[in-house]
Design a protein around this ligand. Structure first.
Ligand code: GCO
Ligand code: MN
Ligand code: MN
Length: 387
């Protein structure tokens, strides 16, 4: 069957995504909760590769040791029965009112210490399930008012926590790679490290920067009005694309977590093309959920839709690469000049002198039409299925 998701495609979902009960700030849940092991069996049935979780998606915060063991046993059995893996784990540092003014960046030393403790325990859980990527989404790491705090303190606390946890991981031999997930706002008025570029800059200030990378999310850069494909390209360029959260989002709205490709098809296309062309071999994780209007059948339609759209776009990207006219246009768009390339590739006194002596026909350069209208139209036609 065409576009059939298989484990080799590395599609993953969070327990919190397909398990989303449809609660929003104005309304109660519209769907009953699904048991974690049931989710695992269903995900396997529809061709997913793995399942990700926050500590409390699986183990309720108030669970006793005996309850923890019972839940874990059932969950592990489901993983074993299905072959599904847990590539990524993370901590819920946002739901508990204790974290209302931040976790790692809270001005309260007790909250910061509790956040570290909770994260170490969640890292233990993730490691037990085989996770190798650990995500830090700092949903509550931010502020509404700047009067009480000091952003510099918050950043220093953040750094201290990440450095601590990286050491913990190494000390335990967990082998985690950490992926920071930026978001500009929601639930805080302003979240620290709001976009991919900010997180990349911050990573360079950590004790062990090589252990840290990014988990960019389509919706988050879009909420900030930025070009997601460009953000991901920058992460790849820096060797920092450790994980990715796929979904969709209208600009200028609340955090919608729409089905992948539901809104900005062209962005989704160039994103899939970038991921596939770049050789990114990590999970394609869908951090999205079914519309609040849907029942459970709608949830699985949503999940299948995310994967199917990805595979369709992957096929379109291959077609784009094979399309003669498109490739010729791209070839003509990129003007090559071997002699000039030799001069500009690397500085030397000779190259600089030669370059300074050259004469350029500025007017001709300005007159050139690069053919982008045609190229873009052909891209649209390819996406619309008429070529
Ligand atoms: C959001 C975030 C979360 C995180 C998740 C993993 O906007 O709510 O995207 O879904 O990805 O908490 O840490
Ligand atoms: Mn999100
Ligand atoms: Mn996310």
């Amino acid at each position: 069957m065409a576009y059939e998701p298989k484990p080799e495609h590395k599609f993953t979902f969070g327990l919190w995504t397909v398990g989303n009960v449809g609660r929003d700030p104005f309304g109660l849940p519209t769907r009953p909760p699904l048991e974690p092991d049931y989710i695992v069996y269903k995900l396997a049935e529809i061709g997913a590769y793995g399942v990700n979780l926050h500590d409390n998606d699986l183990i309720p915060v108030e669970a006793t040791e005996a309850e923890r063991e019972r839940i874990l046993k059932r969950f592990k059995k489901a993983l074993q029965d299905t072959g599904l893996v847990v590539p990524m784990a993370t901590t819920n540092l946002f739901g508990d009112p204790a974290f209302k003014d931040g976790a790692f960046t809270s001005p309260d030393a007790r909250v910061r210490a509790y956040a570290l403790q909770k994260t170490m325990r969640a890292m233990d859980l993730g490691a037990e399930l085989g996770a190798k990527t650990y995500v830090f989404w700092g949903g509550r790491e931010g502020a509404e008012v700047d009067a009480g705090g000091n952003v510099l303190d918050a950043l220093a606390h953040y750094r201290e926590a990440l450095n601590f946890l990286a050491e913990y991981s190494e000390d335990q031999g967990y082998g985690y790679r950490f992926a920071l997930e930026p978001k500009p706002n929601e639930p805080r008025g302003d979240i620290y490290l709001p976009v991919v570029g900010a997180a990349l800059g911050f990573i360079a200030t950590l004790d062990k920067p090589h252990l840290f990378g990014l988990n960019p999310e389509v919706a988050h850069e879009t909420m900030a009005g930025l070009n997601f494909v460009h953000a991901v390209a920058q992460a790849i360029d820096a060797g920092k694309l450790f994980h990715i959260d796929l979904n969709d989002q209208k600009m200028g709205r609340f955090d919608q977590d729409l089905r992948f490709g539901a809104e900005n098809l062209k962005t989704a296309f160039f994103l899939v093309k970038l991921l596939e062309d770049s050789g990114y071999d990590g999970p394609r994780h869908f951090d999205a959920h079914a519309l609040r209007t849907e029942d459970e059948a709608g949830v699985w339609e949503f999940a299948k839709g995310c994967m199917r759209t990805y595979l369709i776009l992957k096929e379109k990207a291959e077609r784009f690469g094979r399309d003669r006219e498109i490739q010729d246009l791209i070839g003509a768009y990129k003007v090559q000049d071997e002699a000039l390339a030799r001069l500009t590739a690397k500085y030397s006194r000779e190259n600089a002198r030669a370059l300074k002596g050259l004469e350029f026909d500025r007017e001709a350069l300005g007159r050139r039409g690069p053919g982008l209208e045609r190229l873009d139209q052909l891209t649209v036609e390819l996406l619309l299925g008429v070529r």
